[in-house]
Ligand binder design. Structure first.
Ligand SMILES: Nc1ncnc2c1ncn2[C@@H]1O[C@H](COP(=O)(O)OP(=O)(O)O)[C@@H](O)[C@H]1O
Ligand SMILES: CC(C)(COP(=O)(O)O)[C@@H](O)C(=O)NCCC(=O)O
Ligand SMILES: [K+]
Length: 244
């Protein structure tokens, strides 16, 4: 069994895999990392490998107490990946984006793929049918949009995510919900339209903490899967074992 751990900038997501089957998934905060991993390993005693991808300040050291119980692998740029990396600064490419690109390449072979991860940030990653990772875009996630409106102004309140009542906001809160939610929906649809102009056919995978909320509001046919990063992490590790 493999315990895959995705350390994002907001939360930690983890899942136990038996082969390609996800047995159970978990979400917790950085501050409760050790206790949660300990509990998962206690419940899934047959776990042999801990596979971690981190874009946060959580480093290898944080997992050191588990080194006698399981093999620990921190996914890094030096691992084998199933695509050609055409990013001009591969050393600065987020490891989460590399894992997503690996998952898209392995799960959806021989086609153009767009992966959208709506987490703290929204990342867009494009891998063409010849398995070239071309790059993409980074913008602010939903929560970050609400927080920055509040943080960088004197008068805007901090609101939590809500579906906008109507497009033309009739109060400060309606205007904020409309601007934040519709703003991101338009951004995603605009990005998809832009790529449609360049590639006649591609599949779209949507993941991240806001994927379920956003999928309901998008016109395009999308594979929405909140566990796509964790599944991809499991597959990236299997790929490494086969290709190292
Ligand atoms: N309990 C929660 N705590 C924080 N964010 C949440 C929660 N539930 C849903 N979200 C949404 O998830 C997004 C963060 O997604 P996530 O995939 O956890 O980010 P990351 O991978 O960057 O840590 C936020 O924009 C927020 O709207
Ligand atoms: C863009 C990100 C902050 C997204 O992080 P997340 O929203 O998943 O927490 C992360 O992929 C990252 O730190 N990237 C480095 C820059 C780059 O990918 O070019
Ligand atoms: K993201």
């Amino acid at each position: 069994m493999i315990l895959a751990v995705d350390v994002g900038n907001t939360r930690i997501k983890a899942a136990v895999f038996e082969g390609n089957t996800l047995l159970e998934s978990f979400v917790f905060l950085k501050t409760a990392l050790e206790k949660n991993i300990e509990n998962i390993l206690e419940k899934y005693k047959n776990t042999t490998h801990l596979v971690i991808a981190s874009v946060s300040d959580v480093e290898k050291q944080a997992f050191i107490s588990f080194k006698d119980a399981v093999n620990i692998h921190f996914v890094s740029q030096t691992d084998p990946f199933p695509f050609v990396n055409c990013y001009e600064t591969p050393q600065t490419l987020g490891i989460d984006r590399m894992v997503l690109a690996a998952g898209a390449t392995l799960q959806y072979p021989n086609q153009n793929r767009l992966v959208i991860d709506a987490g703290t940030c929204v990342t867009y990653d494009f891998i063409d049918e010849n398995d070239n990772y071309l790059g993409g875009a980074i913008s602010s996630g939903l929560r970050l949009r609400y927080e920055s409106l509040h943080h960088f102004t004197a008068k805007l309140p901090l609101l939590t995510l809500e579906k906008p009542k109507r497009f033309i906001g009739k109060s400060t809160s309606e205007s904020i919900h409309s601007g934040v939610v519709n703003g991101l929906v338009f951004e995603i649809e605009g990005c998809i339209a832009e790529i449609k102009g360049q590639y006649s056919k591609f599949i779209i995978i949507l993941t991240g903490g806001d994927s379920v909320f956003l999928a309901k509001r998008l016109k395009n046919t999308i594979f929405a899967n909140s566990n796509f990063l964790l599944e991809s992490l499991n597959q990236t590790f299997q790929y490494k074992i086969k290709n190292d």
